[in-house]
Design a protein around this ligand. Structure first.
Ligand SMILES: Nc1ncnc2c1ncn2[C@@H]1O[C@H](COP(=O)(O)OP(=O)(O)OP(=O)(O)O)[C@@H](O)[C@H]1O
Ligand SMILES: [Mg+2]
Length: 352
């Protein structure tokens, strides 16, 4: 389980750097292999410059600022909803790291974690952001334990004692933001369901009281039980949503092409620096092979660019993408497309 110290260190960790640009053709074999693996590692270790994800975090910044100005009785809870694997956690983590770095300004050299002076004397860790990643069937007790663990407090005692400990810990550390990731995993069913929903409300009340904002992130929140609870519905902002890229309409195609263009800027220095559009003829193929998911796009680009560099080529060929084994999701999507096409033509689908 992650603690505030892990979060603090991660917020300051740099991704693997992109190597200095150099034309692969001018290198010997060993140098090309080294460059290829460094470029692939840099692509895999960084987030592609995606408008969709940036727009989401821009909207979050606005909602967060509004919530931070609200009175402290019971602040608006923020939420982000989106399908599995579209990049919610990665985008929101990056945004939360920024908030952490903004607020934990007085990090002293040699200290692992910033700390601040308590009104009542002594010092405690400065924890601007609390990040709770939930597991299946988590209930009210589970959230308290996660919170106390993140804040590096002990969590002995019964449920009521732990809830009091959470209140005390929040008062000491005064987080600005508490993110509950994978909030769809909260157990809102059966007898414990009411208790879990009540605990979210009471956690939000405690947090509001010390000037914090709560953000729920999950899959299928809209239409789910968490958002259908009238008590939460009165304090939850309509969730922001994040979806994979699509190419059904002209604006969607333009958006996908913008993403491909932004990726070209990353790769161009290692391919043909004078070619303005090294990926242009591949944009449709890349969509077909990724189904609009940034994770798949990143895998495809890392592998194809590395192959080109290793072989001393300046141009990516369509066959470079075929070397990447598709994710099961993409394979399933292709299978359903084939079934649909087969049915439309009245023929039998091709066996795979
Ligand atoms: N902008 C990006 N560029 C490249 N890869 C990305 C980007 N955003 C996310 N990813 C990668 O996509 C994968 C899925 O991302 P993430 O775990 O954030 O999705 P999620 O929506 O939170 O999924 P889940 O619903 O399963 O929790 C991860 O491997 C992540 O590193
Ligand atoms: Mg996630």
């Amino acid at each position: 389980m992650r603690t505030s110290l892990d979060f603090h260190l991660a917020a300051h960790a740099a991704p693997p750097p992109f190597p200095a640009p150099v034309a692969a053709a001018s290198l010997d074999r060993a140098e090309r292999h080294r460059l290829a693996s460094d470029v692939a590692a840099a692509i895999a270790g960084s987030l592609l410059p995606s408008d969709r994800h940036e727009k989401l975090t821009d909207q979050l910044t606005e909602s967060f600022a509004i919530s931070q100005r609200e009175r402290t009785e019971s602040r608006t809870i923020l939420a982000v909803d989106g399908a599995f694997g579209v990049g919610k956690t990665a985008a929101i983590l990056r945004w939360a790291y920024l908030i952490h770095r903004d607020h934990a300004g007085d990090i002293r050299p040699g200290e692992n974690q910033p700390s601040r002076v308590l009104l009542e004397g002594g010092r405690c860790d400065d924890v601007p952001v609390v990040w709770l990643g939930l597991k299946g069937g988590q209930d009210a007790g589970g959230i308290s334990v996660k919170m106390l663990h993140f804040l590096r407090h002990g969590y002995r005692g019964n449920a009521q004692q732990r809830e009091i400990a959470v209140g005390e810990a929040l008062k000491a550390h005064r987080p600005k933001l508490v993110v509950v990731d994978d909030a769809h995993m909260l157990n809102t069913r059966l007898i414990k369901g009411r208790q879990t929903l009540d605990s979210i409300k009471s956690l939000n009340d405690m947090l509001s009281d010390i000037g914090g904002t709560m953000l729920l992130v999950g899959q299928g929140l809209v239409g789910g039980e968490l958002l259908s609870d009238p008590q939460l519905a009165t304090r939850l902002e309509t969730p922001l949503s994040l979806a994979a890229y699509a190419t059904s309409t002209k604006p969607e195609i333009a958006e996908w092409q913008r993403l491909i263009k932004a990726c070209e800027n990353l790769l161009r220095p290692y391919l043909a620096p004078d070619d303005p559009h090294p990926l242009r003829q591949h944009d449709q193929r890349l969509w077909h092979l990724s189904h609009g998911h940034v994770r798949d796009l990143s895998r495809l680009l890392a592998a194809a660019t590395a192959t080109c560099i290793r072989e001393g080529r300046a141009e990516i060929a369509a066959s470079d993408f075929e070397r990447v084994r598709p994710l099961v999701r993409v394979q399933q999507a292709h299978h359903s497309e084939e079934l649909r096409l087969g049915q439309r033509k009245g023929g039998r689908p091709r066996a795979t």
